[in-house]
Design a protein around this ligand. Structure first.
Ligand code: G3I
Ligand code: 9MR
Ligand code: ZN
Length: 534
């Protein structure tokens, strides 16, 4: 039994619902500071919810709009505290963005910016080209991928793409400083932060071929207690892949457009790199997906389908340059069958679709544009429909409760917000907000999936710096993977047998298939939250 709320809060002019597991009755909204009941109501009648595995009822206090700090009480139980205000998400938004600074590799994290979570410069050595060990290349910089210290091109590109898109569509959310060492009051911090990763991504492009190395990692994962600067195994550049090269071209073309007005030289450099990557793709129309060699055990990010990454690259290059060749390539790819509304590390087609829909500078084929737009609206309608029948008001189906389900959650919300952007339909925006409520605590486990934010946040992520440092609190602002019905690690297997999908999560450091953190789970959360910063 619990009363789940968004533990950060509710914007005063949106709907406000608490979701109650296995209980119902008369609920009270209590002002935390005064200890006074300010509002009361009846919960809805309980109904079974199969995703959550409980019976749920709703306490709707939407009509209450007075700013303050509150909690809900029902039959002697209390919810977490939350605020009602015009702007409840400024801090969590900054925290989610600052997490990227805390993910940085290759430089010292200083107390001034990192607080308690400092570390020495790490992974500064040259990397060995796996397929030609006589080659050693500068490999430093960028963000660690996750709870491990690997750096992977495709996932890195997804993370940057989400952040750049957040800035492009919601620039008002990024006026305030984060702050980070580069803060200069001229260029928004989010662009400084993305540049840190982009500078590393340049190093992943093979200067000989223009293709992009799939990843830069050690052969084995270090032990969970190893802090960044103590991980000294050899680093390898693993083979060039078409998926990495496509993502690279896509994100670099995007960066060119966004950095142009701030730093034309850097923007030009991005575009050159993107063009070169595109040429590689053209020279390699038919390549096998990346596989780890036999002696490499770190993340694989295997993906046999590279049409979606090519589609993204072509869409972005066309949006940035207006050149016919990229348009033609995009149109050809658009005719092929692959997911066009996915924003995962494997299926990147959604970014191509978005690039085409947002292309205001150059001519687009109207039939294709309308069909892509109605496809997007259709996705949003489906999410709205599914959310309406879900106890916790989100769109995740049973098959979505997989490794990194919180990314699927935030990707859905991203698509909903894009649908809102194009249609102006308020229900899409409201539905996106319900998804955010789940992330920040309104879920059957009554937990905020963002470390350091909310009354009952994740405390034990599978994250080496958090485990290995001498600090009790985990590194803050990190989004955990979330419930995973596949129970893909031993700890989950042992403790979560037979649980309903949304309960397949445990806040333990050994549970990497549910409680790890990654840059590309943080990034869509930044996108979504930034929409609600006015
Ligand atoms: O695509 C299939 C889908 O068709 C199927 O219905 C569904 C049901 O299981 O699975 C889908 O595949 C999933 C795949 O991710 C793509 O989403 C797999 O189940 C799932 O196990 C797989 O998980 C990935 C995991 O690595 C294992 O490969 C995560 O998405 C990915 O985030 C994670 O990445 C790791 C890196 O390897 C190493 N660094 C940490 C990082 C996070 O844990
Ligand atoms: O720590 C690793 C994590 O970052 C990965 O996502 C995960 C799946 O590839 O693997 C983790 O490493 C574990 C390894 O796979 C099995 N032995 C225990 C390791 C955790 O310390
Ligand atoms: Zn590092």
């Amino acid at each position: 039994r619990n009363i789940a709320v968004n533990q950060i809060g509710y914007p005063k002019n949106f709907g406000k619902i608490a979701v109650i597991a296995n209980d119902s009755g008369i609920f009270h909204l209590v002002d935390d500071r005064l200890g006074e009941i300010v509002h009361e109501g009846n919960t809805t009648n309980p109904v079974e919810d199969h995703m959550a595995g409980v019976s749920i009822s709703h306490a709707d206090f939407s009509s209450w709009t007075t700013p303050g700090i509150y909690h809900i009480e029902l039959n002697g139980r209390k919810s977490a505290s939350f605020t009602i205000s015009e702007q409840p998400y400024e801090q969590v938004h900054r925290g989610l963005l600052r997490a990227f600074y805390l993910f940085r590799c290759g430089m010292e994290l200083e107390e001034e910016y990192a607080g308690k979570w400092t570390h020495q410069a790490c992974h500064t050595q040259e990397g060995i080209v796996y397929d030609d060990p006589s080659r050693r290349l500068d490999s430093s910089g960028g963000w660690h991928d996750a709870g491990d210290y690997g750096k992977y091109s495709g996932p890195g590109a997804k993370a940057v793409a989400d952040l750049l898109l957040a800035y492009e569509l919601h620039p008002q959310a990024f006026y305030q400083a984060t702050p980070i060492p580069e803060t200069d009051g001229k260029i928004p911090d989010i662009l400084h932060e993305c540049r840190y990763e982009l500078e590393w991504l340049f190093k992943m492009q093979d200067k000989q071929s223009g293709g992009v190395f799939h990843k830069l990692t050690t052969k084995y994962f270090p032990a969970l207690t190893i802090i960044p600067e103590k991980d000294r195994d050899d680093l390898y550049f693993l083979a060039v892949s078409a998926t990495a090269t496509g993502c690279f071209a896509g994100v670099m073309a995007m960066a060119c457009r966004i950095y142009k007005s701030f730093d034309p030289e850097f923007a030009h450099h991005c575009l050159q790199a993107a063009r070169r990557a595109w040429s590689w793709l053209e020279e390699h129309p038919d390549v096998r997906g990346f596989r780890n060699p036999m002696d490499v055990y770190t993340g694989e990010y295997g993906d046999d389908l590279d049409l979606d990454e090519r589609y993204w690259a072509a869409g972005e290059l066309y949006r940035t340059t207006g050149e016919v060749a990229y348009h033609t390539a995009f149109l050809d790819l658009a005719r092929k069958a692959f997911p066009k509304y996915e924003l995962g590390w494997a299926d990147m087609g959604g970014y191509g679709t978005i690039a085409y829909l947002l292309n205001d500078n150059f001519e687009v084929e109207q039939d294709l544009r309308s069909s892509l737009l109605s496809g997007l609206i259709n996705e949003a309608d489906q999410s709205v429909r599914r959310s309406a029948t879900d106890g916790y008001l989100i769109s995740l189906a049973k098959t979505d409760y997989i490794w990194g389900s919180n990314m699927l959650l935030m990707n859905r919300a991203t698509l909903l917000l894009l649908a809102y952007h194009f249609s102006g339909q308020k229900e899409y925006e409201a539905c996106a907000l319900e998804h955010m409520h789940y992330l920040l605590g309104r879920n059957v486990l009554d937990i905020s999936y963002v470390t350091g934010y909310g009354d009952r946040p994740v405390m034990h992520p599978h994250h080496r710096p958090s485990v290995g440092d001498q600090v009790d609190d985990p590194v803050p602002g990190l989004v955990a993977g979330g419930p995973n019905h596949g129970l893909n690690d031993d700890y989950m297997m042992e403790h979560l047998q037979g649980k309903a999908p949304a309960q397949c999560y445990i806040d333990h450091q050994d549970s990497f298939a549910g409680n790890e953190v990654t840059i590309y789970w943080n990034s869509p959360a930044v996108f979504v939250v930034s929409h609600f910063i006015k």
